[in-house]
Design a protein around this ligand. Sequence first.
Ligand code: GLU
Length: 469
Amino acid sequence: MSEYSFFDAVCKSFDKAAKFTKYDAGVLEQIKQCNSVLRIHFPVKIGDKIEVIKAYRVQHSQHKLPCKGGIRFSEMVNLDEVMALAALMTYKCAIVNVPFGGAKGGISIDPKKYAAYDLERITRRYTSELIKKKFIGPGEDVPAPDYGTGEREMSWILDTFMAMNPGEVDAMACVTGKPVSQGGVRGRREATGLGVFFGIREVCGMPDIMKKLGLEVGVEGKRVVVQGLGNVGYHSAKFFEEAGAKIVALAEYEGAIYNDDGLDVDAVFQHRKSSGSILNFPGATNFEVSSDALEKECDILIPAALENVINGDNAPRVKAKIIGEAANGPLTPEADEIFIEKGVLVIPDMYLNAGGVTVSYFEWLKNLSHVRYGRLEKRFTENQNAQLLEQMEELTGKKVSRTQKDLMLHGPDEVDLVRSGLEETMINATHEIIDCWRANPEIKDMRTASFVVAINKVGTSYSELGIFP
Ligand code: GLU
């Protein structure tokens, strides 16, 4: 049996959509291919041994600069995966109107096997390699967190870049997903999960789509299964819980748990932290085989871990009515076909998990403008609101309660602006994709509609750049 190629799977979805666009084969081929591929090996001394580390950075498209995309630390990292993820970044940015080309990086290590000190040296060495090859820089290529990395790794990258580019005034913008104290933006940590929530909520608010699926409009009361309790899965689950949905199952690699009455997401998170496993959570049923959770009865299934978890084998057994791809590439093209046949709505990754890169864009803008969001207007807005309220009270002769007053007076903080910018972005993207789907009765799924939207935007951009003489 031939091995699964993630990049081929992305290209397959691309080809399916390409026929609904106006571009000829040459233009489509240029959009599809990865423009620049960097594969490096470098030595790092771990203990008293030299280890040779294998790593990558792929820039899929430079139709807009800088290129943008996360850096993944995982033993499973390989060139095919990084190429696929870089390509998805191009389409993702296009869909949410983030003016970047797509990129992705990866280091082929299991971060759990290394001490923080060693990870720091590996990350710094990788960054120096990227600097040497011009695969990082505020106007060239801007990494971010991905599977196996987070704020800590981003601050090591920043520090290495600053040390090697002294005096560069925009150096802060060389990487996003940084801690707030290091130039990060408030709201980045939960951005992908919140974007997943906004995207699914928007689709669940469409009466014709819900009717077709036999579901009520809205997310309240929906039964949700989330696979992966990392940053994306945890926050997606939290936002659904807060909106009144029931998280009936949570899965991690060591197993999964189920409770028909709903699980308390924070309590499960704490339980896993203290016991080292998601299993044996009070009141819940254990599944020793983690993937069994994907097959539980539910309204919304959110795979939020890795690619290729729902494929031709298990897709026929999946009972969810909506699948929200919080991870990149969790479904194979075979699974897609099965879900089209079964009438399951798949909300695709390149749109649904774009919240992370959207807020990364806000962070990059903040770094380039050297000012925190809200700093200039917060007090002005509060003073203006106070005057309005005073006038209202005077005219009506009625007093507004203290709690209401606080709400009405509040000027925007950074996190308020970031979240509302994200909400606006996700809502607009949803409508653009759904409108494209509705306008083309031959398009059978939301992934194809998303690809059509993305290809049209990247194609226009290439043409307007005059790149095809
Ligand atoms: N790694 C995230 C993704 O796959 C975020 C990328 C970014 O913020 O640049 O979308």
